[in-house]
Design a protein around this ligand. Structure first.
Ligand SMILES: *[C@@H]1O[C@H](CO)[C@@H](O)[C@H](O)[C@H]1NC(C)=O
Ligand SMILES: *[C@@H]1O[C@H](CO)[C@@H](O)[C@H](O)[C@H]1NC(C)=O
Ligand SMILES: *[C@@H]1O[C@H](CO)[C@@H](O)[C@H](O)[C@H]1NC(C)=O
Ligand SMILES: *[C@@H]1O[C@H](CO)[C@@H](O)[C@H](O)[C@H]1NC(C)=O
Ligand SMILES: [Zn+2]
Length: 524
């Protein structure tokens, strides 16, 4: 007995030394301070009432907020209607740190992006068949087609390796997106993005390729030879089984559709102009290239709408002005919903804020967070234009990024500013930084083997780089789960922690499309 007690004491003494757990009486402030890291101490002392929100110092404020939240929950009955319409919003690379940080741009940490107020949320696990941290191609296959796949592949199962030309063309391995399930059920379907329309995420709606870079025929020929039967992504959009049935197609990437001999920016080498071919398919196929053209379009006079607003990706929202004549994501969303709502059977639409990801890859945190706000505006508009009783809106991301949101800046501090104290090298560090990326050399003096003061390098420009710890040409994606936000019929299904590929199965259940389980079937 005494030996047991003794070994117990020894164990705890060892632990205590190893982790330096402070032993202070509950109300002994002096003792606490003696254990506190000096930097944290000065941060605490710096905190003034000005950096806080009036009311938050009271007990009542938080008790009331808690009560209101419980009340809201009690008044959110499960919506078990059939979803006539499904709107899927995809924030490319919009990890949880991204939308959490973007809140502060609305005026403070306590604010919420519109979609963060949706009644039901869950977490999506994003790994793919061959990688822990996925890319946008395999994840599109997961959240649109319901199947996890190999990185870099789109609309094909895990049998097909990246750049496998033979596997790519074999229909046995093709997997279809929920856009096809919706069209087969008599609904309309559409795809909208701020990237090239042939980019990985939007391509998940309509394409089957073993390589996401096969956006034009030149790329395919490079990998598969000139006599290949593999069709490039732009070709599949205009002539493919799903692409040719999409009612709304809006984004960038005009260059992938036209031969370089016919159009200077063109990337094709097969002599084709796929935009002309689309127009020739029907006199009621409309084509637009500017915001003005989009606005003046009379939707009752056309059956299908193709809009390509840039040769490459759309400009970042912060890069545009009136001369750009480029629609915002919200403007694209408005027109699409107006257009698709004409079908009494409903619609499925995929709407991507695609450049959040690009901002992060370049460590341009300002651009990434601003694109996140634009994304949120489009979602708010979509919810206002539709009815929660019959339209399910699902908001998620394909994967996260290696951006961290670290401590401990004061309340009210600029999210793009530095934290309150310095590193052990005496230099300040930023609230936002990246685990890796191209900005390493900007912030690290390799010769001196020392960090520069980052606050002198971040000037407020839209192309401000934020520090990265490991030198890489492009900052990487992150493997942490991404959030899913749902509003409308069967939104409650989206709670929990689940694999990304289950998302379309839940959307299909809610709207009674596809060959899986359905809310309207008694055979569940
Ligand atoms: C497609 O794949 C299936 C299954 O492996 C195989 O039986 C078939 O021969 C393939 N078709 C072609 C055209 O390669
Ligand atoms: C399309 O083709 C051209 C060659 O004409 C190539 O340089 C370009 O990078 C291609 N791929 C994409 C994804 O645009
Ligand atoms: C749109 O076209 C329809 C049919 O041609 C016409 O009746 C309607 O007035 C037009 N609307 C606008 C705003 O021009
Ligand atoms: C939504 O639809 C329901 C049921 O049809 C209807 O009662 C309600 O007024 C609609 N709400 C709006 C904002 O249109
Ligand atoms: Zn990316």
């Amino acid at each position: 007995m005494s030996r047991l007690i003794l070994s117990g004491i020894v164990c705890c003494l060892v632990l205590r030394t190893a982790y330096a757990i402070p032993a202070c009486a509950q109300d002994d402030e002096d003792c606490r301070e003696s254990h506190m890291h000096p930097d944290l101490l000065s941060e605490r002392d710096r905190l003034t009432s000005q950096s806080r929100i009036a009311g938050e110092e009271t007990t009542e404020y938080w008790l009331d907020q808690g009560k209101q939240f419980v009340k809201e929950k009690l008044h959110t009955p499960a919506n078990q209607n059939i979803a006539k319409n499904i709107i899927m919003f995809l924030g490319d690379g919009m990890g949880i740190t991204t939308h959490s940080a973007a809140r502060t741009l609305l005026g403070g940490e306590e604010k919420s992006l519109y979609f963060e107020t949706f009644p039901h949320t869950g977490l999506s696990r994003t790994f793919n068949v061959d990688k822990i941290v996925p890319d946008s191609a395999s994840t599109a296959t997961a959240y649109l087609c319901g199947v996890k796949a190999i990185g870099g592949t789109i609309g094909v199962s895990g049998h097909v390796d990246r750049t496998d030309c033979v596997g790519s063309a074999n229909v046995t391995y093709h997997v279809n997106s929920i856009a096809k399930w919706a069209v087969d059920a008599g609904k309309s379907a559409g795809v909208v993005t701020t990237t090239r329309i042939t980019h990985a995420s939007p391509a998940g709606v309509y394409a089957h390729v073993a390589e996401r870079d096969w956006e034009n025929d030149s790329e395919v020929k490079g990998d598969c030879g000139t006599d290949t039967v593999v069709q490039d992504i732009a070709y599949q959009l205009i002539h493919g089984e799903v692409g040719s049935k999409l009612s709304v197609i809006l984004g960038g990437g005009k260059r992938e559709f036209i031969d370089s001999k016919l159009y200077a920016a063109g990337k094709r080498s097969d002599g084709r102009n796929l935009i002309e071919e689309y127009k020739q398919q029907s006199s009621r196929n409309a084509y637009v290239e500017t915001l003005d053209e989009l606005n003046s379009l009379n939707v009752t006079e056309v059956d299908r709408l193709l809009g390509l607003f840039q040769d490459n990706h759309l400009l970042y929202h912060l890069e545009t002005n009136e001369q750009s004549n480029q629609p915002t994501l919200a403007e694209l969303t408005r027109k699409s919903i107006e257009f698709l709502s004409r079908n009494d059977k409903g619609y499925f639409i995929f709407i991507e804020g695609g450049r959040i990801d690009h901002g992060h890859h370049d460590t341009y945190a300002r651009l990434a967070l601003d694109e996140t706000l634009e994304f949120a505006k489009a979602i708010q508009l979509a919810r206002e234009l539709t009815n929660e009783t019959d339209t399910l809106i699902v908001v998620t991301a394909d994967h996260s990024h290696a951006m961290t949101y670290s401590g401990y800046a004061d309340r009210g501090n600029d999210i793009f500013g530095s934290t309150t104290y310095t590193g052990k090298d005496g230099q300040p560090f930023m609230t936002l930084s990246y685990a890796n990326g191209p900005s390493y050399e900007t912030f690290f003096d390799v010769q001196q083997h020392a960090r520069h003061d980052p606050t002198t390098l971040i000037t407020g420009a839209i192309y401000d780089s934020f520090p990265s710890t490991i030198p890489l040409d492009s900052e990487t994606h992150g493997g942490d789960d991404v959030a899913v936000f749902a509003s409308g019929p069967w939104a409650h299904l989206f709670s929990g922690v689940y694999n990304q590929n289950t998302i379309p199965h839940m959307m299909a259940y809610a709207s009674c499309v596809g060959s899986g389980l359905k809310a309207c079937s008694t055979a569940n």
